[in-house]
Design a protein around this ligand. Structure first.
Ligand SMILES: [Zn+2]
Length: 124
């Protein structure tokens, strides 16, 4: 569905290359790396599968609603009980970084992409 244009790097502003921005991005990267570690279902005590799926983030700018699809959002799934687990600390950090970037892009009158890829954020 997404065009190549929509997969342009999301975090392009200079904010994320200095001070508080670097800290925010480092925290996000380390949380994403931690998700790679095996986790056990607390009910079944068996190892869960690491899965990736798009996650839609809704936000509002001056009363107008927008959606951003965050591709490759990790979560853990238990094959036995079918439960899905996602790390809310990770997604709070994702949301914080994305909101900052959207705010900066709005201030610079830059276009806000409709899609971002979380894996590309880690690989940077
Ligand atoms: Zn389970």
């Amino acid at each position: 569905m997404g065009s190549i244009y929509e997969y342009e790097p999301f975090f392009t502003t200079s904010y994320f290359s200095k001070g508080e921005g670097i800290k925010m991005m480092d925290e996000l990267k380390s949380l994403l790396e931690k998700e790679q570690e095996p986790k056990k279902c607390h009910k079944c005590k068996i190892e869960m599968q690491l899965m990736y799926s798009p996650k839609t983030l809704h936000y509002d700018v001056n009363g107008e609603e927008y959606e951003l699809s965050v591709e490759n959002s990790p979560y853990h799934r238990c094959d036995n009980c079918d439960d899905n687990f996602e790390n809310i600390v990770l997604y709070a950090s994702v949301r914080k970084a994305i909101e900052k970037e959207i705010f900066l892009k709005l201030n610079n009158q830059e276009e806000i992409p409709k899609v971002m890829d979380l894996i590309k954020v880690v690989q940077k």
